[in-house]
Design a protein around this ligand. Structure first.
Ligand SMILES: [Zn+2]
Ligand SMILES: [Zn+2]
Length: 98
């Protein structure tokens, strides 16, 4: 681990766990690297993402970052070490006072 003290301003909310994705058109789940990406035909500055399994475009959702859980991530919260995205079941507010 390295500490960066060069005050750049806004704190970086790096994901504490690798991003995972799921396809809403089929049962595919995978990592950020597996996702298909292409420039949008409507706006070259935009990127559209697609499912590598069924090729559905724009049907990709964040998956819960809890290992083994393939639910859609509907919650996001700061956790020790970074930001997490989870489903409702794995949502856990880290309360320092507990
Ligand atoms: Zn798919
Ligand atoms: Zn979950």
């Amino acid at each position: 681990m390295q500490t960066e003290d060069n005050a750049v301003g806004a704190p970086v909310e790096a994901p504490v766990r690798p991003l995972r994705w799921l396809c809403q058109s089929c049962d595919w789940t995978g990592s950020d690297a597996d996702l298909l990406r292409a420039p949008s035909p409507f706006d070259a500055a935009e990127t559209i993402v697609g499912c590598p399994k069924c090729k559905a475009a724009e049907d990709i959702a964040n998956a819960c970052d809890e290992p083994g859980c393939d639910k859609e991530a509907t919650c996001g919260f700061p956790a020790p070490g970074g930001y997490r995205r989870t489903c409702g079941r794995h949502f856990q507010w880290w309360d320092e006072r507990a």
